[in-house]
Design a protein around this ligand. Structure first.
Ligand code: CTP
Length: 471
């Protein structure tokens, strides 16, 4: 008998009594029960799933009639009903036997017993249930060893994994996601089944795959999830560019680092200091274009020239495929990928204020996040080197601060407008206006003139002859 969390005890008792009054058994099932055994506070569970032997819709309607301030939504075609009560989403479903046709997620459904319902669920740890009827309130039903698997920290399907994944291939992503979030391993037979069935992920909508992927990205140690996605061959189904990062080449005794595992280290480093999903995506993408830019040079060794610019160029097509948003969040990731090598180039003391100003201008409000990414990018195993690189970034950051305070270059706007230029050059709109504007920007960033309207206007007058067409 379970000591049902106090927070929901009265409600659960009420649901049990209501079910009893219409001659049905009712059980709380799925994530709520799993999370109880994982010691997650009951307050955090707002979506609660119930299964009843009989009609889920009937039970939900009965409840909604008697509980104050509820809102019920009925989904007849699925035989489910949702009751919104206080801040809770209570989901009711009749116990079902269910099977899916091969090329579709549309189920064929028949009524079933509690056990029928439990065995068609995704994982043993998600197939636990407690009875809520009076007399057996709080009795655990665990026919597939979910509690044992929770203790052993293992992800496993209740029945033959191939059958479970064939019924709903998204469950392969869910298995990896739960393993990552809970820091569990996946049972070997389950891994083998995922490997075999990974191509079936193609029948699942990309949005649902992304939902699981983002949960992996937001886990405490996201690298564990990506390592599993690689091992199970799921990753290449939706993100082949990342799989291509894998591998080390050797020439003349020189090896480059494995960019797949390096990327995962960078991702974990970012995850340690930031919960910003998009900064984590920037970590995932920062070296994505290394493979096609890889060259070997006798003197320089392995190089990846231009992988930053090419990677930034790839961001939109990868975002589109994964159904990530194509708005400012994409631009943010693109910017960090494009600029991720720039702070390293500013390490030397000889670097001019001008170069620092340009970086502040280009990075804008993302400068702090860019520095987080750069620091995370240090994955050397040599402690001395790590220290040296971190000190270098400390110096760059200090200079950024100094230049920023002095020149206020962040979110800088050219004091001269296109209109000013057109008037002075006595000309209309055209590409020349942009060229002259850039020239003024360069003069300000190089420190040749002050960052104000008068200085910029006088400078414009001094260069105007070069741009006036005398022909
Ligand atoms: N389920 C399943 N197969 C799926 C999705 C869900 O069998 N593809 C079952 C599982 O028993 C799961 C329950 O439906 O526990 C509820 O699913 P959902 O609300 O998506 O997940 P939770 O387990 O509640 O966990 P989380 O809220 O972390 O997603």
């Amino acid at each position: 008998m379970i000591d049902i969390p106090k927070k929901h005890r009265d409600l659960f008792e009420y649901i049990g009594k209501t079910a009893e009054s219409i001659g049905q058994k009712v059980y709380v099932v799925g994530g709520y029960v799993r999370d109880y055994y994982l010691h997650k506070p009951a307050e955090q569970s707002t979506d609660i799933d119930f299964v009843t032997v009989g009609s889920g819709i009937r039970l939900a309607e009965e409840l909604a009639k008697n509980l104050p301030n509820t809102k019920i939504s009925v989904f007849k075609q699925f035989g489910t009903a949702q009751v919104k009560y206080r801040k809770l989403d209570l989901e009711f479903v009749g116990a079902r036997k269910e099977s899916y046709r091969r090329e579709s997620r549309k189920p064929i459904v028949e009524d079933g017993s509690l056990e029928d319902d439990q065995l068609r669920r995704d994982l043993t740890i998600n197939a636990l249930s407690w009875c809520l009827n009076p007399g057996s309130f709080g009795v655990l039903h665990d026919p597939f060893g979910g509690i044992k698997d929770l203790h052993a920290e293992v992800i496993r399907t209740p029945i033959d994994p191939e059958k479970t994944f064939d019924d709903d291939p998204l469950r392969m992503m869910r298995a990896v996601r739960f393993a990552t979030q809970l820091n569990f391993r996946i049972d070997v037979k389950t891994v083998a089944a995922i490997k075999k069935m990974a191509p079936r992920l193609s029948i699942i909508s990309r949005e649902r795959v992304l939902d699981e992927l983002n949960k992996i990205v937001m886990a405490t140690t996201p690298s564990a999830g990506f390592a599993l996605l690689l091992e199970t061959d799921l990753l290449k189904e939706f993100f082949p560019e990342m799989v291509n990062l894998l591998g080390v080449d050797e020439k003349n005794g020189q090896r480059h680092k494995d960019n797949f595992w390096h990327t995962l280290e960078v991702l974990d480093n970012v995850a340690e200091v930031s919960d910003n999903l998009w900064l984590r995506w920037a970590a995932i993408m920062h070296d994505i274009a290394k493979p096609p830019t890889k060259r070997f040079d006798k003197n320089a060794g392995w190089t990846f020239h231009g992988h930053d610019a090419l990677g930034a160029k790839w961001v939109p097509k990868i975002f589109r495929r994964l159904t990530l948003p194509l708005d400012d969040r994409m631009k943010y990731v693109q910017k960090l990928v494009r600029l991720h090598l720039r702070p390293i180039a500013l390490v030397s003391d000889e670097v001019s204020d001008s170069a620092i100003r340009r970086l502040i201008y280009e990075a804008g409000d993302e400068i702090e996040d860019l520095m987080i990414l750069c620091r995370a990018d240090i994955t050397s195993k040599n402690e001395w080197k790590v220290k040296k690189f971190q000190n270098n970034f400390d110096r760059v950051e200090k200079r950024i601060k100094e230049v920023e305070e002095k020149d206020k270059i962040r979110n800088w706007k050219n004091p001269i407008s296109g209109q000013d230029i057109m008037e002075v050059l006595e000309t209309g709109p055209g590409p020349i206006i942009g060229t002259v504007k850039d020239k003024i920007k360069d003069a300000i960033f190089d420190g040749d003139i002050e960052n104000d309207y008068t200085a910029a206007y006088n400078y414009l007058l001094s260069i105007k002859d070069q741009y006036i067409d005398h022909s």
